[in-house]
Design a protein around this ligand. Structure first.
Ligand code: KDG
Ligand code: MG
Length: 403
């Protein structure tokens, strides 16, 4: 879902508005409630427009509202950059670093395959890799495509050949969500063995990450974080669902494995306690889902006060427009940690010409004015909308679990 805002002078800006699986709700929110309020407004009043959309609606926060506000906000920053003739990172305060450390997604049906896939990422220049692997006895575990580690495909650069690979959320055949299964016991056994093997095969220099994808109870999360300590992870992500923020106290009491959280957060109110109480080390909130640059900038400043660093969500269900904006933000933000990077498909990249690039383990935003990502509307028209939903997860007895 992409928002294009045009000004009377003919300048335009783009904002990502993708809320995967609930995207039409954002489209309706924008078309019916936001766009009528934008017509005739001064595109340069970015702060006032943000406050107008957030405070003025009375109904605050939530994924639909904050994604819609983010789309407007990023499009207005894009316009400002184009009118000023400056790349977005310069509007934010200028460059803090030469490149942005990126992590890719390796995976495999078993430890062997996952380690081989990690090796391919390292060969492709990655300095940080998130690794997931199949869980004995479990069908379709999170982060492992049914075809395994997609051997032979080249990760990174702009190859973009790994359509959805590593995501574990390939679209379902029907409009109904795919069903996946979850069982903590075999998972808690295999994951420490996976990282033991990765350190043995690939040494201590490569940064390793892992995503538990909100599946664990607090005490299971504490056990996993503790068991992973010898393998010095860069982070353990979404160890337990973060609605229950006290759960993170339990994890902290048992482990010094760094924790990352927040890809489903929509505002700084969602992470205020976790940051203030120093229960996390990295905040993953994406620009597209948390009110845009105007809000995430405040969130990052607040995080900096508590020595929490950024690690933005960058899966392929956030569009290249979001990635472009994130990379300018990452280039500027003083408390940058890492950026997730899953290359988009060739079709997606055809629709979104862009000037960011991957080189030697880092992503680099370009120097084009604004966020540097455009849309080819004729190419986009060749790919009509077809509804898809994210999968769901069930326990072996059939009860629903967190996906
Ligand atoms: O929309 C859901 C995906 O973006 C998410 O499952 C990917 O957890 C994810 C990650 O860390 O990239
Ligand atoms: Mg995740």
């Amino acid at each position: 879902m992409t928002l294009k805002i045009e000004t009377r002078s003919g300048a335009y800006g783009l904002g990502d508005a993708t809320l995967n699986g609930r995207e039409l709700a954002v489209a309706a929110y924008l078309e019916q409630h936001v766009v009528p309020n934008l017509i005739g407004r001064d595109a340069g009043r970015i702060e006032d427009t943000w406050q107008f959309l957030y405070r003025g609606a009375y109904w605050r926060r939530g994924p639909v509202t904050m994604t819609a506000i983010a789309a407007v906000d990023v499009a207005l920053w894009d316009i400002l950059g184009k009118l000023a003739g400056l790349p977005l990172y310069r509007l934010l305060g200028g460059r803090s670093r030469e490149g942005v450390l990126a992590y890719g997604h390796a995976s495999g049906r078993d430890i062997e395959e996952a380690s081989a896939d990690t090796g391919r990422y390292i060969e492709a220049g990655y300095r940080a890799v998130r690794v997931q692997c199949g869980i004995p006895g479990l069908k379709k575990p999170y982060g492992v495509p049914s075809s395994g580690s997609a051997p032979g495909t080249k990760p990174g650069a702009d190859a973009a050949t790994r359509t959805g690979a590593g995501s574990g959320y390939e679209p379902a055949e029907s409009a109904l969500p795919a069903e996946t299964f979850w069982s903590a016991a075999p998972y808690l056994e295999i994951v420490p063995r996976l990282f033991e093997r990765l350190r043995a095969d690939h040494g201590s220099e490569i940064e390793l990450l892992h995503d538990a994808h909100h599946r664990l109870t607090p005490v299971e999360a504490a056990r996993l974080a503790r068991d992973l300590e010898p393998y010095r992870l860069f982070w353990l992500e979404d160890a337990t669902p973060a609605e229950d923020q006290q759960a993170f106290e339990l994890i902290r009491q048992h482990s010094v494995t760094p924790l990352a959280v927040g890809e489903v957060f929509n505002s700084m109110w969602d992470c205020k306690h976790l940051i203030e109480a120093r229960l996390i080390d990295y905040i993953r909130t994406a620009i597209v889902h948390a009110g845009g640059i105007t809000h995430v900038r405040r969130l990052a400043d607040f995080a900096a006060l508590h020595q929490v660093r950024t690690g933005f969500h960058g899966a392929t269900d956030l569009s290249p427009v979001c990635m472009g904006a994130a990379l300018h933000f990452d280039t500027w933000v003083p408390n940058f940690g890492i950026q997730e990077y899953m290359p988009h498909t060739e079709q997606t990249l055809e629709v979104f010409p862009r000037d960011y690039r991957f080189h030697d383990g880092q992503l680099h935003c370009g120097e084009r004015p604004g966020h540097g990502v455009d849309i080819d509307e004729r190419a986009a028209a060749r790919f009509p909308y077809s509804p898809k939903q994210l999968p769901i997860a069930r326990l072996p007895d059939g009860s629903m679990w967190d996906w």
